[in-house]
Design a protein around this ligand. Structure first.
Ligand SMILES: [Zn+2]
Length: 495
């Protein structure tokens, strides 16, 4: 839980307030009117000396007052994209919180109401993201954040504290899980954590273990996990129901790929591609983090999370290319490449998640290398079986700063998945446009024509972080989904 309190007041900040603070961020337009800013004269002179200072780039100085207040100036361009604002906010917060203060003062001067509100949100998101402690096994771990309060002051200052906090906790939760080493976060240990969490948070909890999945004939999922000695894989189902809700309240299903380790299987990965594969469970962590955020916000619709917890191991029992297996709906699948395990476990998980026809199913998966080759790691890919939704899905990415890009989803791509011996091939051997083929493959397992959105998380882990997130683990998807469900109102668009 993040303890930092967020406050906003429209009254302008005084020089006495600044002098009582140890950390202060001054937000202004590109060309500040320094005479309206406390200590404006000193800041103005130093600003001119900052020859390298560019718009949206914060710079820092310590004020000549008793507390040597750390002052950070953030000159903002209008307009700036949400992505640009979040990145600028991250840098400003890094500079301001360098000495781990208990409080941060943010003052706004002449920004205009919209930019001021957006800047507050971005700075709060960046400050809370930074206060999430990441798991490390060092003898001397970095000191925990002391930040207890962030105060925004000045015309246009505004903050939706519960929303920012819920999002930061959901995102932070996903990042913390993703950072755990694979000998600690095994599928079994992951399931236990989630079971405990479900009790703590009052969520419905159900676990489909290997025996249960056998009874259902979930052969696609089971093929992947047959190489693991520990028989601890399975599908976790968590449920949130709004307090006092009617039975016919809309339901959203969040589906996540939770590969706690992906060696590639028999088609084993090389060192370069294997290192980091403990984070192949990030999709499930994002689904879980999103569920927690939506629960914290007491949203008026039901949310189910379906987490495919598994590992893709090598061993005498591991599944092999040319195996033919059957998913729970009877579809036979010709295995082509054992490293395409994500779509196998998700096939059966999607079948479960969409059996009751939710209003919308969203899946999150670090699914394909092809997606990263296509986009890099600053965007994730989005696919949907509702083409009319594409503009809304893309716009939600721009608006949230977690940007997504749509790829083709035409039926003629299915030609590459035709099998001589089974109903469908798992993937193509040459791997061309594999992110598109993976999406086409998954769509076969969405039941009842459920509206479905698939996120291939190219941006799940990016060296140096992304937008307001400073860690390599980005938690990408939590913020996007809140935007999609709460601001873009995707459920209303589905009718
Ligand atoms: Zn793989």
């Amino acid at each position: 839980m993040i303890a930092t309190d967020l406050q906003a007041s429209e009254s302008p900040v005084s020089e006495a307030q600044v002098d009582a603070s140890t950390a202060w961020i001054v937000v202004t337009p590109e060309k500040p009117r320094w005479r309206d800013v406390p200590h404006g004269k000193a800041l103005g002179v130093r600003h001119v000396r900052q020859l390298a200072t560019a718009v949206n780039e914060a710079w820092a100085t310590d004020l000549p007052n008793r507390r040597s207040t750390r002052a950070v100036h953030l000159p903002l361009a209008a307009p700036s994209t949400p992505f640009e604002l979040l990145g600028a906010a991250r840098r400003a917060v890094e500079l301001a919180l360098e000495n781990n203060p208990k409080e941060l003062l943010v003052s706004l001067h002449g920004c205009g109401r919209q930019l001021a509100a957006d800047a507050c949100e971005a700075l709060a998101a960046a400050a809370l993201a930074r206060s999430v402690a990441m798991p490390v096994a060092k003898r001397a771990p970095p000191p925990p954040s002391k930040l207890g309060r962030v105060r925004f002051a000045g015309p246009g200052a505004a903050i939706d504290g519960p929303r920012v906090r819920a999002e930061a906790e959901g995102n932070g939760f996903a990042r913390q899980l993703a950072a755990l080493p694979p000998n600690e976060l095994t599928p079994g240990a992951y399931r236990e954590r989630v079971a405990t969490l479900a009790v703590d948070r009052g969520l419905r909890y159900d676990f489909h273990d290997i025996a249960a999945l056998k009874r259902r004939g979930a052969g696609a999922f089971l093929a992947v996990v047959q190489g693991s000695t520990a028989k601890d894989a399975g599908i976790v189902h968590l449920g949130y129901r709004p307090p006092g809700a009617r039975r016919d309240v809309p339901r959203v299903a969040l589906v996540g790929k939770g590969l706690c380790y992906d060696t590639g299987g028999v088609n084993v990965k090389t060192a370069r591609h294997m290192f980091g594969m403990h984070q192949d469970m990030t999709g499930s962590a994002v689904a879980l983090g999103t569920l927690l955020a939506l629960q914290a916000l007491k949203v008026p619709f039901a949310v189910d999370a379906w987490l495919a917890l598994a590992a893709n191991h090598i061993g005498p029992d591991a599944y092999q290319p040319n195996d033919i297996v059957r998913a729970a709906d009877g579809t036979s699948i010709e295995v082509v490449h054992t490293d395409a395990e994500g779509r196998m476990v998700l096939a059966d998980t999607l079948l479960l998640a969409t059996a009751g026809k939710p209003a919308l199913a969203i899946d999150y998966a670090t699914l394909t290398g092809a997606c990263i080759y296509s986009l890099g790691k600053s965007y994730s890919a989005v696919f949907t079986n509702r083409p009319a939704l594409v503009p809304l899905l893309t716009a939600a990415g721009q608006a949230s700063g977690e940007r997504v890009w749509p790829f083709p989803f035409d039926a003629d791509y299915d030609k590459a998945l035709e099998s001589q011996v089974a109903d469908i091939r798992q993937c193509a051997l040459d791997g061309e446009a594999d992110h598109i083929l993976a999406a086409r493959f998954l769509s076969r397992f969405v039941q009842n024509d459920t509206p479905w959105v698939h996120l291939d998380l190219a941006a799940a882990n990016r060296k140096g972080g992304l937008a307001h997130i400073a860690t390599d683990e980005t938690g990408f998807g939590v913020r996007y989904t809140l935007q999609l469900l709460l601001d873009s109102k995707v459920l209303a668009h589905l009718g």
